[in-house]
Design a binder for this molecule. Structure first.
Ligand code: ZN
Length: 57
């Protein structure tokens, strides 16, 4: 099991953060997305998505 993976909260896809070109800040942590579509969806209603995983800077 690796710890260096992030979850796209919109579609649930799991991937390593270095592949995530799209990201957004929520509070004090970063949220990653697989595509601009997911990012736009998230940014439109961030409170709709629970914090699946937080990443430390
Ligand atoms: Zn996605």
């Amino acid at each position: 099991m690796t710890t260096d993976e992030v979850v796209d909260p919109v579609c649930g896809e799991v991937f390593p953060p270095h592949l995530a070109v799209f990201s957004s800040m929520k509070g004090d942590h970063k949220v990653f997305f697989c595509s601009s579509t997911c990012k736009d969806t998230y940014d439109a209603a961030p409170d709709k998505y629970p914090d699946l995983k937080s990443t430390d800077a």
